[in-house]
Design a protein around this ligand. Structure first.
Ligand code: SLL
Length: 151
């Protein structure tokens, strides 16, 4: 397999979560928030041409904590009460020959006020916690390089 010697190509991604408090009718002590963790392209670009699947390892308090998402959008929506670290593993398309990439995201549910205190639940606003990153493919396999260039 021919590699593109001396070349590296990067693709931007955005990963993280949104969360909203559940209204009184839906909330109970185990489920105070609804949240979605996702891996996306910038401006919602479809990243499927280089990403084959993404697994999200949730806290063990969840049923089937290892969630494997095989197609875009690469995201998991759940309800819960607590914040924890999510292990995100990005698997690249087979033709890339690349190993999976592991990222960590701290699920954020609670909006802290400017004075550092936590607003009471019914007053909480939606929370957004996203990171921008660039995935670098060093000396990619030629066929994969061509796929990257087509997008
Ligand atoms: C904490 N270290 O104590 C964290 C753990 C776990 C949150 C948070 C499960 C809800 C469900 C859930 O929200 N777990 O099982 O549906 O803050």
């Amino acid at each position: 397999l021919k590699r593109m010697k001396g070349l590296s190509v990067f693709r931007p991604i955005v990963y993280g979560n949104v969360a909203s408090p559940l209204g009184k009718k839906l909330a109970d002590s185990n489920h105070t928030h609804r949240w979605t963790v996702s891996v996306r392209g910038v401006n919602n670009e479809d990243i499927s041409y280089f990403v084959k699947k993404v697994s999200f390892k949730l806290h063990d308090t969840y049923d089937n904590p290892n969630r494997v998402i095989e197609k875009a959008p690469f995201e998991v929506t759940e309800t819960g009460w607590g914040e924890f670290d999510i292990i995100i593993k990005i698997h690249f398309q087979q033709a890339s020959g690349e190993k999976p990439l592991t990222l960590y995201h701290h699920l954020k549910l609670h909006p802290y006020e400017e004075d550092g205190t936590l607003a009471p639940l019914p007053k909480q606003r939606p929370v957004f916690s996203f990171n921008y990153d660039e995935i670098v493919f060093n000396e990619p396999i030629e066929a994969f390089y061509l796929t990257l260039q087509e997008h």
